[in-house]
Write a protein that binds this ligand. Structure first.
Ligand SMILES: Cc1cc2nc3c(=O)[nH]c(=O)nc-3n(C[C@H](O)[C@H](O)[C@H](O)COP(=O)(O)OP(=O)(O)OC[C@H]3O[C@@H](n4cnc5c(N)ncnc54)[C@H](O)[C@@H]3O)c2cc1C
Length: 473
């Protein structure tokens, strides 16, 4: 079985050994961040992954500033992130029929116009394969042990012995002081942890593809950057994303590809807005085979149960809370979770693992529920843009990227509030009445359970998404 072990572990700003054995399931962004940060916090880390290798597939996602703050501890990673990031990018916005709605503007100028510092943007669009490779390089440098081909089918905990563990499909058992379930949507830990929520069909899906830019050489007109609405053009890669109504062939899987002909036939049938510009169709025709992912979008309500009864198994990332891919927060919140949990475990130490796990969940839940709601409202905005308004005011097509999301530092926040959170837990203060802890969610917000059914009901009645109390800007 392959291990990644050829590195020399020298984390910057590292902590002494905590004696805490951590077992991580999953090598998504959540699992790999947890592995890297747990090493720095002095924990002993082992990682299990069901696949035979790290899956560097995918196209693009939005990486929020808050998720990159921990790079300051990892200079090689920070350097690589800078190298793979687009500098001097510019954006223009087109309608599906090819009409230009917002003229081209340098991203830096757009940020300056919004009163933001272009050197520290709220986040950047990144290519998943490049970010993943950057993570893999860091994992290698640290010599973190990843055991591939280990499909976890069950989780358990033994409170008396202070241990938790997993069982694989080959009946192998792995144990540790704490197990981090970073195994994505539909985590196998749900049987033990509870908190399973129903996945609701949204009726929507996305065609998305990333491929080498040379494929566009056959049609130079299409190669012009910025010809399409939802595209990212990099020097070597072309990426496009189109939202559409379900056609019957989509799946919630990043490996589920379909033919270009199917996309074109559906466009001709009037799936999604029409008429589509012929330029979009030409782009699809040039997309190489086995490249277009047809990803079905599911909604899941927020749920606060992320830890097992004895708090020795804890969900992070998509395993705890899923985001719509268009909401721009799934990767960011997954990384924040990992950084927060590694920190809480360090603060509490080996004798207080369940307390630290519960404090971490309390620190993260309301923030995530708010980010999910914001993401939902942003995704709806992208989908149902009122173009007549956009012509008048480009900000109408702009997703909200408020300071409470991007300015957050999940590591320093955990150190700032941990003691107070634990004190309030001990006093029995409910998590949604914890006014003595500074918020990491919209200032002034008071958490109230909400559901997607409610939001959809409001939207069908012509109301805008009610985000709730507090300052969400
Ligand atoms: C191949 C792939 C491509 C993606 N591409 C994009 C994209 O282009 N754009 C975008 O916005 N989002 C994409 N995502 C989703 C995005 O990465 C996540 O939503 C987000 O980063 C949260 O990550 P996560 O680590 O919580 O979950 P995930 O990224 O889903 O990672 C979960 C990991 O756990 C492993 N795993 C699952 N079940 C088990 C099990 N039973 N036993 C052992 N291991 C298990 C999986 O193989 C995977 O490595 C992609 C995800 C994947 C897996």
């Amino acid at each position: 079985m392959p291990f990644i072990t050829d590195g020399e572990p020298k984390p910057v700003g590292s902590y002494p050994n905590s004696g805490i054995d951590v077992l991580i399931v999953g090598t998504g962004l959540a699992g790999l961040t947890a592995a890297i940060e747990c090493v720095r916090k002095g924990h002993n880390v082992r990682v299990l992954e069901r696949n035979d290798d790290i899956n560097t597939a995918g196209d693009m996602y939005f990486m929020g500033l808050s998720a990159t703050k921990f790079f300051k501890h990892w200079p090689e990673m920070a350097k690589e992130f800078d190298e793979i990031s687009l500098h001097n990018a510019w954006i223009e916005t087109f309608k599906h029929d090819g009409t230009r709605m917002i003229p081209p503007l340098k991203v830096a100028d757009r940020l300056r116009d919004a009163g933001l510092n272009p050197d520290t943007p709220p986040g950047t669009f990144q290519m998943r394969p490049l970010v993943y490779k950057m993570y893999v390089h860091q994992v290698r440098r640290l010599g973190i042990q990843i055991q591939f081909g280990k499909r976890v089918v069950d989780y358990f905990e033994d409170e008396a012995r202070g241990k938790a563990g997993v069982v694989t499909d080959n009946d192998e058992r792995f144990e540790a002081d704490v197990v981090i379930a970073a195994d994505g949507v539909g985590s196998k830990s749900q049987k033990l942890v509870g908190g399973q929520v129903r996945a609701m069909k949204s009726g929507r899906a996305m065609w998305r593809a990333a491929f080498p830019i040379e494929h566009l050489d056959k049609n130079p007109e299409i190669k012009e950057p910025g010809t399409y609405a939802m595209t990212l053009t990099r020097p070597d890669t072309m990426i496009w994303v189109m939202n559409h109504d379900v056609t019957g062939s989509e799946k919630e899987s990043w490996n589920h590809t379909i033919d270009a002909d199917e996309v074109l036939a559906n466009m001709d049938k009037g799936v999604g807005p029409s008429p589509w510009s012929s330029k979009y169709k030409d782009l699809i025709k040039l997309t190489p085979p086995n490249t277009i992912v047809n990803f079905e979008l599911f909604w899941r309500n927020p749920q606060p149960k992320w830890a097992s009864p004895g708090a020795r198994v804890v969900n992070i990332g998509d395993a705890a809370h899923s985001f719509l891919p268009a909401s721009g927060n799934g990767a960011t919140q997954a990384i924040e979770d990992a950084v927060s949990l590694a920190s809480c475990l360090q603060i509490g130490g080996r004798d207080n693992i369940p307390q630290s796990v519960r404090a971490h969940v309390r620190i993260r839940f309301i923030r995530n529920a708010c980010a999910q709601k914001l993401g939902f409202s942003n995704a709806e905005l992208l989908q149902d843009t009122d173009w007549s308004q956009v012509k008048l005011d480009p900000r109408k097509a702009q997703p909200k990227l408020p300071a409470w999301v991007w300015s957050h530092d999940p590591e320093s926040y955990a150190y700032q509030v941990y003691d107070k959170v634990v004190e309030n837990m001990k006093k029995g203060v409910p998590f949604d009445k914890d006014d003595s802890v500074p918020p990491n969610y919209p200032p002034g917000y008071r958490y109230e359970p909400w559901s997607i059914e409610q939001i959809m009901g409001d939207m069908k009645a012509g109301k805008t998404v009610d985000l709730g109390s507090g300052n969400w800007d």
